[in-house]
Design a protein around this ligand. Structure first.
Ligand SMILES: [Zn+2]
Length: 233
């Protein structure tokens, strides 16, 4: 089940339940209007309806969570299967903090992708990669062509920085280290922060290399047009 944002709802019945929703159809992959004939309540907590795609006429199941008085709950509309569009990546606010223009490029790429404009999406992604490399490189390397700029990144960016200071935190005299002496005194906040710390480390040391390796092997076995183009890049 995927949350359906309010701004995708185009019109509502008099009881304020969604009548038409515009989103990328999970069946025909095109932006389409979905229309509900009626909603049925199931128990006290939800109502359901099958909305039909105006383009391919396939149905998508929508579920609306209800409040105690039977009216619809805000931000309580979900659908299955999920729309074909992509949601922004987790942590996108850090990109915004690094560079608003880069964040806007990423947002444009997502919007174009969600409108099924594949060529324009790819060009925007290329522009974003170039902008990102430029932002991370020292000034004298900012005019390098994209390939050289990307190759220079590992030498220019301090990749060990996220890992610094962790040892100190966990040392016997460190913020966390001190607390290990008395396990019974460790509270939820500390446990949560520690868990987050290890999750961030796992993301950096294990998940990122693993998902990049998976992605590269998917690129290597992608359909022919992509592989044909890769030699000229
Ligand atoms: Zn459709």
């Amino acid at each position: 089940m995927q949350l359906v944002h309010d701004d995708l709802v185009q019109s509502r019945f008099s009881n304020t339940f969604a009548r038409t929703v515009e989103m990328i159809c999970p069946h025909c992959l095109k932006e389409a209007v979905f229309e509900a004939r009626s909603w049925q309540e199931h128990g006290q907590q939800l109502a359901a309806s099958e909305l039909t795609c105006a383009r391919c006429e396939d149905a998508v199941l929508f579920v609306q969570l209800l409040q105690a008085d039977g009216t619809r709950k805000e931000a309580g509309l979900f659908c299955y299967p999920r729309p074909a569009g992509r949601e922004p990546m987790a942590g996108v606010e850090h990109l915004q903090a690094l560079s608003a223009p880069l964040a806007r490029s990423y947002e444009s790429a997502l919007k174009l992708y969600n409108r099924a404009e594949w060529g324009a999406t790819a060009l925007t992604v290329r522009h974003l990669l170039g902008g990102l490399a430029t932002r991370m490189l020292a000034e004298d390397k900012r005019d390098l062509p994209l390939t050289r700029a990307l190759e220079s990144l590992p030498q220019e960016v301090d990749l060990s920085r996220p890992l610094q200071d962790i040892a100190q935190l966990l040392a016997p005299s460190g913020t966390f280290g001190r607390q290990f002496d008395d396990e019974a005194q460790i509270d939820k906040v500390t446990a949560e922060l520690l868990l987050e710390l290890v999750e961030q480390l796992l993301t950096y040391l294990v998940v990122l290399p693993g998902t990049m390796a998976d992605l590269k092997s998917r690129i290597a076995t992608a359909p022919v047009p992509l592989r044909r183009g890769s030699g000229a890049a």
